[in-house]
Ligand binder design. Structure first.
Ligand SMILES: *[C@@H]1O[C@H](CO)[C@@H](O)[C@H](O)[C@H]1NC(C)=O
Ligand SMILES: *[C@@H]1O[C@H](CO)[C@@H](O)[C@H](O)[C@H]1NC(C)=O
Ligand SMILES: *[C@@H]1O[C@H](CO)[C@@H](O)[C@H](O)[C@H]1NC(C)=O
Ligand SMILES: *[C@@H]1O[C@H](CO)[C@@H](O)[C@H](O)[C@H]1NC(C)=O
Ligand SMILES: *[C@@H]1O[C@H](CO)[C@@H](O)[C@H](O)[C@H]1NC(C)=O
Ligand SMILES: *[C@@H]1O[C@H](CO)[C@@H](O)[C@H](O)[C@H]1NC(C)=O
Ligand SMILES: *[C@@H]1O[C@H](CO)[C@@H](O)[C@H](O)[C@H]1NC(C)=O
Length: 419
């Protein structure tokens, strides 16, 4: 016991300038300084920390609430705050840590990362945020280290949305851990510029494994899909053709392939069904100014996407007056006479498409007709509808082609470079 105290005193003495914070150990490995305060029951970050410290370990304490600023700690290279109860980061808390290379914030209670939380970390290489309760990361949160970050760990959080544009600009990243979240899709081409990416873990999310476009940079990566449900239809043929027999993956669906080993199923059993319209609105009438709802339902494998084309041949998107739902419903909030006409719904998937027509007739409200000075003569030519506020002009044919050639992006879980 005495010997231990003696060595602690020696260590403390070695720490020039600021005395060593209570209960911590300070190592002066000339010229650098490490302050080790793990498992010391700390409730706050000690105030009296030597500003020249190079390494600061504060893991397994009870530090809560706001992380105070680490002002003037411009020499700090490594900061560990793992396993505390931190729920909030002050804006620019780390802004003086210009040289920081590794920041460990795993196993805390963070729920959001905002744009200013990591400001100033211009040399960050490793950012570990695993095991928090993150549900939101602002798009500019990583701006100061987009080109330096090598390792990003976001696993074991509650992320359904990921700022993919930001991820796609982490040009130096080689390891991305996003497993055990609630992620539902990975946009196409997001990893195109991540030439150093060697390890991507997306296991145990909500990503159905559908398809991947040919020539994706990921074709040079080896993958395994542990955890996510494999839907074995025609969109997975490309994967089946990779002929790897080392994985023991089974299909989750469709029913006739469920529980069969992926690599043993013959290619011809990976089938898609083109869309079949099962239900659509009949001829619909609405009173001017009232809402109208047009429905179009299609079955198919994979699940068809439904798009609506206005009577003028334009793709209808969400706007102040219209809502297009994934289930195929088109809602017009407030109809106008100009909306009358034939609407076309296009259901499409990898196997084909199917179209339906729904005629909408908007009738003038009698009192409205009277109260307005404009002519409401029904025989007059209706002006084009303004239903399409989106600037995207798409002729039905072009749009259809676009839909058909659109291939849903893959959804890998675990990926390693083959070479
Ligand atoms: C940081 O440095 C500035 C300027 O030298 C000084 O005014 C300030 O008190 C320092 N803050 C801390 C926490 O050391
Ligand atoms: C629907 O109309 C109401 C009232 O005019 C408006 O407040 C609302 O924003 C509209 N919503 C959509 C989605 O069009
Ligand atoms: C339109 O908005 C609705 C409700 O906000 C949403 O469910 C739907 O996915 C949106 N449609 C498109 C095509 O973005
Ligand atoms: C589609 O979804 C919308 C919004 O959730 C709902 O209002 C509408 O009734 C649904 N349509 C069908 C046909 O289920
Ligand atoms: C909608 O299509 C039907 C059938 O082709 C046609 O009889 C009708 O005139 C069309 N309606 C409009 C407003 O063009
Ligand atoms: C329209 O309103 C005016 C008075 O505001 C009334 O004299 C006229 O009869 C109305 N016309 C119709 C068609 O209701
Ligand atoms: C779309 O259609 C128009 C007219 O049919 C044609 O001029 C144009 O080249 C097409 N664009 C594409 C991308 O197919």
């Amino acid at each position: 016991m005495e010997r231990l105290w003696f060595s602690l005193l020696l260590l403390a003495a070695a720490c020039r300038g600021q005395p060593c914070p209570k209960r911590c150990m300070c190592q002066s490995l000339s010229p650098s300084l490490a302050i080790l305060c793990s498992k010391t029951g700390l409730l706050f970050v000690p105030a009296a920390i030597d500003r020249r410290t190079v390494e600061l370990r504060l893991q397994e304490n009870f530090i809560t609430g706001n992380i105070p600023d680490f002002a003037n700690m411009t020499s700090l290279l490594h900061l560990t705050l793992s396993r505390n109860t931190i729920s909030q980061i002050l804006p620019s808390a780390f802004s003086d840590l210009r040289r920081l290379r590794a920041l460990h914030l795993d196993s805390n209670r963070l729920t959001v990362i905002k744009d200013d939380h990591f400001k100033g970390l211009t040399n960050l290489r490793h950012l570990i945020l695993a095991n928090n309760q993150l549900h939101s990361i602002s798009p500019h949160a990583f701006d100061d280290f987009l080109s330096t970050l090598e390792d990003l760990d976001l696993s074991y959080n509650n992320l359904a949305q990921v700022p993919w544009d930001t991820i796609g600009r982490l040009t130096n990243v080689n390891t991305l851990n996003m497993d055990h979240n609630l992620i539902e899709n990975v946009p196409q081409g997001v990893f195109t510029n991540l030439h150093k990416l060697a390890r991507l873990d997306m296991t145990s999310n909500k990503i159905p494994v559908y398809a991947k476009s040919r020539g994706s940079p990921l074709s040079s990566l080896v993958l395994s899909f542990g955890g996510n449900p494999l839907h074995c239809n025609c969109e997975l043929l490309w994967l089946r053709r990779l002929t790897r027999e080392d994985d023991l993956e089974t299909c989750a669906s469709p029913p006739d392939l469920s529980a069969k080993y992926f690599w043993t199923i013959p290619e011809e059993e990976f089938i898609c069904d083109p869309p079949v319209l099962t239900r659509k609105s009949p001829h619909t009438t609405a009173m001017e100014g009232q809402p109208a709802s047009l429905k179009c339902k299609a079955n198919g494998d994979p699940e068809p996407e439904v798009h609506w084309i206005s009577p003028e041949g334009r793709l209808i998107s969400n706007s102040s007056r219209t809502l297009v739902f994934p289930n195929g419903s088109l809602e017009i909030n407030v109809t106008s006479l100009k909306d009358s006409g034939n609407f076309t719904c296009i259901a499409s998937n990898a196997a084909g498409e199917s179209t339906g027509r729904v005629e909408l007739v908007v009738t003038a409200m009698p009192h409205l007709a009277n109260s307005t000075s404009r002519s409401r003569d029904p025989s007059s030519e209706p002006a084009p509808s303004d239903i399409l506020t989106s600037s995207k002009v798409a002729l039905p044919n072009n749009e259809t082609r676009g839909l058909l050639s659109y291939v849903v992006m893959l959804s890998w879980q675990q990926v390693r470079k083959t070479s």
